[in-house]
Design a protein around this ligand. Structure first.
Ligand SMILES: Nc1ncnc2c1ncn2[C@@H]1O[C@H](COP(=O)(O)OP(=O)(O)OP(=O)(O)O)[C@@H](O)[C@H]1O
Ligand SMILES: [Mg+2]
Length: 246
């Protein structure tokens, strides 16, 4: 059996009286791409926020590489090797794309400027960014996402949490972005948990899919198993398919 990289056991998150997650168990295998899907408000981003320490679980336990990381702060979790790619890139617009990545490297490793610049240029090349010297407001959404991805790779993560990487991209860009996530996984050996609403992309790339609905895990399995699951079709895929076909 393959090694478990990250484990969530009975994880709950309450916001006041509202239960956003209700006892979710999750096992992520080392080296896999795990897809996390479900309707709006299901708790997907909240689960990522618990894993990278933006929130603490109300109950339950999260372990990474066998270590309990429950309730640790985001910078501690980042140091342990978990990075996050946010849906909405928030670069520093007053500096170039390259300097955005340099800043992330210096922040994470206290590397000297020359070393950080070389590493940032390598990372931007790896993600296919052709305009490293432009400001983030002079590049497309796809390129902003590339920069966001390069920034998240600055801490040399072993596990990457990706939230709706495809949102707002056109079909050609979605194809390129899929290839890039695959390259991150295969060439860098990074485990990926990927939240996505673009069904054909996630079904084509993720080895396993976990489905959340109203804070509960309602299904898990291969993409082929999950698309046939009655509960999943009722809760999510029925409407997701209609959206895809519209
Ligand atoms: N900080 C917060 N305070 C109060 N409620 C919150 C907070 N964060 C999330 N929620 C609520 O928790 C529920 C789950 O939200 P979450 O963002 O995890 O959903 P999601 O599955 O990522 O949805 P989407 O697909 O729309 O991004 C929602 O009802 C949301 O309004
Ligand atoms: Mg979300």
């Amino acid at each position: 059996m393959s090694e478990i990289h990250l484990k969530c056991e009975g994880v709950w998150k309450k916001f006041g009286g509202f239960e956003a997650l209700r006892g979710v168990d999750l096992e992520v295998k080392k080296g896999e791409i795990l897809g996390l899907i479900g309707p709006n408000g299901a708790g997907k981003s909240t689960l990522l926020n618990l894993i990278n320490g933006v929130y603490s679980p109300s109950r339950g336990r999260i372990t990474f590489e066998g270590k309990d990381i429950t309730g640790k702060k985001p910078h501690e979790i980042c140091k342990l090797g978990i990075a996050r790619v946010f849906q909405i890139p928030r670069p520093f617009y007053e500096m170039s794309c390259l300097d955005n990545v340099v800043t992330a490297i210096v922040f994470n490793s206290q590397a000297d400027r020359n070393h950080a610049e070389r590493r940032a240029a390598e990372l931007l090349e790896f993600v296919g960014m052709k305009y490293p010297n432009r400001s983030p407001d002079e590049v497309t959404l796809q390129d902003k996402r590339r920069v966001e991805l390069a920034r998240s790779l600055a801490c040399n993560p072993k596990l990457l949490l990706v939230d709706e990487y495809m949102a707002g991209l056109n079909p050609g860009e979605i194809q390129e972005a899929s290839e890039l996530l695959k390259k991150v996984n295969e060439e860098l050996g990074i485990t990926v948990i990927w939240v996505e609403h673009v069904m054909h992309a996630i079904m084509g790339l993720a080895e396993r899919i976990v489905v959340l609905d109203h804070g509960l895990k309602i299904a898990e399995g291969s993409p082929q198993e999950v698309v046939k699951d009655k509960q999943v079709i009722e809760a999510y895929l029925g409407s997701a398919m209609e959206i895809m076909e519209a």
